[in-house]
Ligand binder design. Structure first.
Ligand code: BTN
Length: 240
């Protein structure tokens, strides 16, 4: 096993950097964290901003034996790992599909998973996690920090706990897929049986009632014309 934990003061983005290292053959399990990112990235091309020392930002390289097809629901399972750790610290967090971690309806943590290399053969992914400690202030959407929950756990301890839980979850995910986490995910869901609006990159928004996820992590929504299945990447969800 390779001992591979690196912490940088400042970096462009831990995901960008680890993706480069992954392409150059970096080993399974390597972790890169940073105090501050100048070009932190979120899902759907968004930015991820943090104050210097105001959050936890790290990326983990995970090499699977299976191919890409076995990874559906991975980002939801990673959300479960984060929620397990925070719940142990009595932080009342919920999950918003696919994988935002919410505190009182405001975003506390985000996950960015990127595929390294080509889509054929065993999959390697870089799993990036950003978690606010102090709230970074309003940046387009309501944001929360762990300090808002009155939690005062050190960053190093939190990082260690998250890595530990991620190893547990990712090992089980490799064996059993997302189905093993589905019920737990639903138990943490912020919008189960609630009215939501779905937005697509093209076309009109759709209103419906969130009915949870299937065993691949796809979103189920009652649209009035039956229960429809939506996949990660094609739609974003909002409470109504
Ligand atoms: C999102 O909610 O859109 C995902 C945010 C992911 C942010 C983390 S911070 C560490 C890693 N490096 C990045 O550039 N992004 C992820």
């Amino acid at each position: 096993d390779t001992y591979a934990l690196a912490l940088a003061d400042r970096i462009d983005s831990t995901n960008t950097h680890l993706m480069q290292r992954a392409a150059a053959g970096a080993p399974h399990g390597i972790v890169l964290g940073a105090e501050w990112q100048s070009a932190g990235r979120g899902r759907l091309g968004r930015r991820w901003q943090m104050k210097l020392g105001g959050g936890l930002a790290f990326s983990l390289l995970w090499r699977f034996d299976a191919g890409l097809a076995a990874l559906s629901g991975l980002s939801l399972a990673v959300g479960v790992a984060i929620v397990r750790v925070l719940t142990r610290h009595a932080v009342p967090v919920r999950l918003k599909w696919p994988n935002d971690v919410l505190l009182d309806g405001r975003k506390l943590a985000g996950i960015l998973i990127e595929l390294s290399g080509d889509a054929l053969g065993p999959a390697a992914v870089v799993i990036g996690i950003g978690l606010n400690l102090a709230s970074p202030g309003e940046v387009g959407q309501p944001v929360a920090g762990l300090a808002d929950a009155g939690v005062n756990v050190g960053r190093n301890q939190l990082l260690a706990e998250l890595l530990n839980e991620l190893h547990t979850v990712l090992d089980q995910f490799s064996r059993d897929g997302f189905g093993a986490f589905r019920d737990e995910w639903l138990g943490y869901s912020a919008h189960l049986d609630q009215p939501v609006t779905l937005r697509f990159s093209h076309g009109e928004p759709v209103d419906g009632i969130a009915r949870g996820v299937d065993d691949k992590g796809a979103l189920l929504v009652d649209t009035g014309a039956g229960t429809k299945v939506f996949h990660v990447g094609e739609v974003s969800l909002r409470a109504r």
